[in-house]
Design a protein around this ligand. Structure first.
Ligand SMILES: [Ca+2]
Length: 290
């Protein structure tokens, strides 16, 4: 999974309330902490991990796994991005960041209009980056893979955990979240970030480009050369999106169809890719100059 396949903004519609932290037994928590410490041995000191798992800020949200197993991809309101007001905003963004976008386009070989389209659709130019602590999200999904912990919540939501396809999905998501959690703790340690301070989508995507931790490590780009990939910095964010697309095979000379396939590696949704390309096309027609 190159990026959370879930669409960040869709969550605004799905999760408006009814989510709260649940308690978990000290024994289960300690077991989980030991596993994390073991898997991060030599990478992150146990004291850093201990601090996370003994914090009262850590919350367990079993509902995240419940939702991830029950929601259905509905018709997504992508058309909202093609209104004149939104396009005007995109045009203004392109104009005010023209020099930077041109440099990034030249460096990575990714159309600047496509970068603007992704920046707009992902977070509305950085306005909606999500309010969920990434740590809580990944921890909750990871530990929900434990049957004895998750079963009561699954029963309440009528999710048959013994069903083969559900079971596969449930375990796969838990393993994915666990790997992402390990990456996230590493990133926080390396960057001296407070792990509880980073907020993102309900599925652990954060920053303007909405990267999950692995994407941060693989595609994150330090454009302003201050030593840190900061996904809440426009320069780092836009160059990281470009780096992602480049590494996934984007070529400026490619056909629309080929570009669409690469964009779908960024966010696995055809309507998403079509919307990004439609925005880019409209922006090109406007012939914005520096
Ligand atoms: Ca930077």
């Amino acid at each position: 999974m190159k990026k959370a396949v879930f669409l960040a903004f869709l969550l605004c519609f799905l999760f408006t309330s009814n989510l709260w932290g649940e308690s978990i037994s000290q024994q289960a928590l300690k077991k989980f902490q030991d596993r994390v410490e073991k898997d991060l041995q030599g990478k992150v000191p146990p004291s850093f991990i201990e601090k996370i798992f003994s914090s009262t800020e850590l919350d367990f949200y079993p509902q995240i796994m419940v939702k991830s197993l029950t929601w259905k991809e509905a018709e997504l309101p992508y058309y909202q991005f093609l209104t004149p007001e939104r396009l005007k905003k995109a045009k203004e963004f392109l104009k005010s960041h023209y020099h930077l976008l041109s440099q990034i386009e030249k460096t990575f070989g990714v159309d600047k209009e496509v970068l603007v389209g992704i920046f707009m659709v992902e977070t509305n130019f950085g306005e909606n980056t999500g309010n969920w602590p990434v740590l809580d999200v990944l921890y909750s999904m990871a530990i929900s893979g434990e049957k004895e912990i998750f079963e009561p919540y699954a029963q309440k939501a009528n999710i048959p955990l013994n069903d083969t396809s559900i079971k596969t999905k449930w375990q796969k998501r838990s393993r994915w979240a666990y790997r992402e959690l390990l990456y996230f703790i590493q990133i926080c340690y390396q960057n001296h970030w407070d792990p509880f301070s980073i907020k993102g989508s309900l599925f652990g995507a954060f920053g303007y480009p909405q990267f999950v931790p692995r994407s941060y490590l693989v595609y994150g780009y330090d454009w302003d050369k201050d030593g840190v990939v900061d996904l809440y910095n426009v320069e780092d964010a836009l160059s990281s999106i470009a780096n992602y697309l480049k590494k996934e095979g984007y070529k400026i000379s490619a056909t629309e169809e080929e570009k669409k396939r690469v964009i779908m590696r960024y966010n696995h949704s055809e309507p998403y890719a079509n919307t990004v390309l439609a925005i880019a096309k409209k922006l090109r027609r406007l012939q914005v100059k520096d």
